[in-house]
Design a binder for this molecule. Structure first.
Ligand code: TPP
Ligand code: MG
Length: 787
């Protein structure tokens, strides 16, 4: 739809207003309501200015309600300003920008009240999130769940230096493999990063790269003023000069102003008649306006660029901009955290015809009437209700089944539970979607994929199958498949899980994503995992093998820190079961937890093992089930005079059980505590203490406090985990018991499990030694002495 000049004027006026409001928000936080610590609030005025026109073009005109946007973190102030104009952000929150419960420094889905589609902050992640979100939309559509909803475009506003983040390139390759559509990345090509001016000619590299991956590339370099000047006599010489001007010099001249541009142009071009006249016809201010009229600051050029796209292939826009455009520090290489002085701000306010005291008035100083602007904003397609969708809860059976064997590993059990779900035709089976970065087979997702198939937008038979070559796995792909196979990049796994795990809000269709990877590589994708949790995406991640228990697999793959990551990661409930019946309970609980309301539910991390151990033969009672999901239960209840108890997590269960037997022969009332989730146990303890502090008189005890309450004061606790010992060492703090915390603090040796457990001190003998050190009495008979 061509834009008439009145509409163009209104859009331009609104973009000026958005820039003003973003600047005023930051100024207010620094000069009018300075923070109590006396620290400058910063606020990225320059970054915001860079995108003010582009974002106004998008939000006030181009976007449709079904579109979703990841806004470059440092454009948060201008984003909030646009939302304020829409009536979706309050003045109070803007006045409290970056303050407690105020508008957030970086747009946040969970912490901001305005219409944030994707949180951003850690650069690069929001960009990739749009790509995966588009693949998820394709998945939802292929499964017949789009109903009459229109496909949205997934749009990222990208800083040019943000493009340095490797995860963007990883995502780009993955998108290509999956036939990416409906994705726009708009690069704010201001040629400045935080520290410096970026390298020359980067745009050419971007252009080639994006085209290589099948993207359309639209370069928006010149604004309308420039294009008109290029048509004047001498215009071509001007264009040549602009094209050849190094980034740093262009930025410096933008900072210095019209007179500096004039001097440089004269010095470099000399007296050449038409070009000299073209320059001299303009005042300094007009010359600066011309030279800073890059495409990204010109409403008409941006609208034209956006509206020129008539296909659903991915598009990369490279929009030339000036960091801090229109503000006194425009183009200055140090402007990333630049703030305006009070005098500069007054001057800027006067230039916008804003009266003192009317800085927050939405339409102050604009040529259009308030009624006109109200009507305009009310009709903006994007500014409609119902952009954040919801989806009903998928029923999860009270008990997830699996085919038992006397000896099993938790990794095997994970495959068995999913296989059992896959055999049926429940809603749960239909809504689970699995994904893995090239470790589908080795993490035991194979049986699930065999039954539910690989996802692809077009049917593709597994060649080995069609050629009748025997293979354990059926890799037929179709639009009905339920497994998304990814390349090895773990960042992609977590961003994919993040996108899948927001489907209920983005697509109004709930998915229950399950991802798998090797436990140590959680650290490879950790920022993306953190990002996914911060957005409140809901997923289950099974990490296996783990710890040093993966033994002969290789020392390099051993993980030590992941139990602590599991405990410390907000929004992630972490479990490390020892037995498969526990795992089945946890997975059932997990699928429910993933669907609970914001603030109540979250994602789930299962730290699993390839170690096959003898399974507990028992009836799963509701009480046991509760203990497992709360984080612990007594595998052997301690007697009233317990001298020592052993508390273990995960794959070291056989060592703990064995040691308990030996210790029990010469120490009284020994107990064995099975800890399925140090995370839930600790969180419950913290919550109970807080409740008691907040509401004096409340007697609420947490699960771990109740478990440890019967232990005599001088009873010792030996904790053991194949991971960092501090994951369980805190148990002593609960009721003041002495603790010997066993675990792993170094890694890297290969060997058998027995070799490594002995070497790192988590075998039965080490447990027995620790128990002895906490007690008095005759030496305990050791296993090594017994054999
Ligand atoms: C992962 C990560 N590393 C570092 C930062 C700190 N940081 C914030 S902005 C920035 C540079 C941004 O430059 P660019 O993307 O070009 O944005 P501009 O401000 O120029 O628009 C850096 C390094 C961050 N936010 N995230
Ligand atoms: Mg930049």
């Amino acid at each position: 739809m061509p834009v008439d000049s009145a509409r163009l004027d209104t859009l331009t006026a609104l973009s000026r207003k958005a820039l003003w409001l973003s600047s005023w928000t930051i100024h207010h936080a620094n000069h009018i309501r300075p923070n109590a610590d006396g620290l400058k609030v910063g606020g990225h005025q320059a970054s915001s200015a860079s995108l003010a026109t582009i974002m106004s073009a998008l939000y006030f005109h181009v976007l449709r309600p079904e579109d979703r946007v990841a806004v470059k973190p440092h454009a948060s102030p201008v984003f909030h300003a646009i939302q304020y104009l829409f009536g979706r952000q309050s003045r109070e929150k803007l006045e409290n920008f970056r303050g407690f419960k105020g508008a957030q420094s970086y747009p946040s889905r969970t912490k901001d009240v305005d219409d944030v589609d994707f949180s951003t902050g850690s650069v690069g992640l929001g960009v990739a999130q749009t790509l995966f979100s588009s693949l998820v939309q394709d998945y939802v559509k292929a499964h017949g769940w789009m109903k009459d909803r229109r496909e949205g475009r997934m749009i990222a506003l990208v800083g040019d230096a943000e493009m340095d983040e490797g995860n963007i390139f990883e995502a780009l390759a993955e998108g290509w493999k999956h036939g990416l559509r409906n994705t726009w990345w708009v690069v704010d090509y201001n040629r400045q990063s935080l520290d410096a001016v970026v390298r020359e000619g980067l745009w050419e590299k971007f252009e080639t790269m994006f085209r290589n991956f099948g993207w359309d590339v639209v370069i928006v370099k010149y604004g309308r003023l420039m294009r008109e000047a290029f048509a004047e006599p001498g215009g071509e010489a001007l264009k040549r000069w602009i094209d050849n001007c190094p980034n740093a010099l262009y930025a410096a001249l933008c900072f210095q102003g019209g007179a500096a541009f004039r001097k440089h142009l004269h010095d470099e071009i000399g007296d050449q008649g038409p070009i000299t006249r073209l320059i001299d016809r303009r005042s300094d201010d007009e010359l600066l306006a011309l030279m800073s009229n890059l495409g990204g600051h010109d409403m008409a050029s941006m609208l034209e660029a956006f509206e020129s796209i008539d296909h659903d292939r991915p598009v990369c826009y490279i929009a030339y901009t000036i960091k801090g455009v229109g503000l006194p520090f425009q183009g200055h290489k140090d402007n990333h955290a630049g703030l305006m002085t009070v005098a500069q701000m007054e001057k800027y306010r006067d230039s916008q015809n804003i009266r003192p005291g009317h800085e927050w008035d939405k339409y102050e100083g604009l040529p259009q009437s308030a009624a006109e602007l109200d009507a305009f904003l009310a009709r903006v397609p994007f500014n409609q209700d119902g952009r954040r969708l919801t989806a009903p809860v998928i029923e999860v059976p009270a008990q997830l089944a699996f085919k038992p064997s006397p000896q099993m590993s938790t990794q095997q059990g994970f495959g068995l539970v999913l296989n059992e779900i896959a055999r049926g035709d429940s809603d749960l089976a239909r809504r689970i979607v699995t994904t893995s970065p090239d470790v589908t087979v080795s993490t035991n997702l194979g049986p699930w994929v065999n039954r539910r198939g690989l996802f692809a937008s077009a049917e593709k038979a597994d060649l080995f199958r069609s050629e009748k070559i025997p293979s354990t796995y059926n890799w037929d792909a179709s639009p009905k498949g339920q497994h998304l196979e990814l390349g090895i990049a773990e960042m992609n796994l977590f961003i994919m899980l993040s996108a899948l795990g927001l489907s209920h809000q983005i697509n109004g269709e709930r998915l229950l994503p399950v991802g798998t990877l090797y436990d140590p590589f959680i650290e490879r994708g950790l920022d993306a995992l953190n990002y996914a949790c911060y957005q409140d995406a809901r997923f289950m991640v099974a990490a296996t093998p783990s710890g040093i228990t993966l033994a002969p697999e290789g020392g390099a793959h051993q993980s030590i820190a992941t139990p602590l990551i599991g405990m410390a990661q907000d929004g992630l409930a972490s479990f490390e079961p020892a037995f498969v019946d526990e795992l089945a309970v946890i997975m059932g609980w997990g699928f429910q937890h993933m669907q609970r309301e914001p603030g109540e539910g979250g994602s789930v991390y299962l730290r699993l093992s390839t170690r096959s151990i003898e399974q507990a033969q028992r009836i799963m009672t509701p009480e046991l089930q509760q203990g497992i999901t709360d984080g612990a239960y007594w595998l052997r209840k301690p007697g009233p005079n317990a001298e020592v108890v052993i508390a273990y997590t995960g794959a070291v269960a056989p060592e703990a059980i064995e040691a308990t037997g030996f210790v029990g022969e010469s120490r009284r009332d020994v107990g064995l505590l099975a800890i399925t989730s140090a995370d839930r146990l600790h969180a419950g303890w913290t919550a109970a203490r807080k409740l008691r502090r907040d509401r004096r008189g409340v007697q609420h005890l947490s699960h771990v406090e109740k478990l440890l309450a019967p232990l005599p004061r001088d009873c010792g606790i030996v904790t053991v985990i194949d991971g960092h010992p501090s994951a369980l060492g805190w148990l002593g703090g609960v009721r003041g018991h002495r603790v010997e915390a066993l675990g792993v603090e170094q890694f890297g040796q290969t060997g058998s499990i027995a070799d490594l457990y002995r070497h790192y001190g988590i075998d039965a003998n080490a447990i027995i030694d620790a128990a002895e050190s906490l007690t008095t009495g005759a030496p305990v008979l050791h296993r090594k002495m017994a054999v």
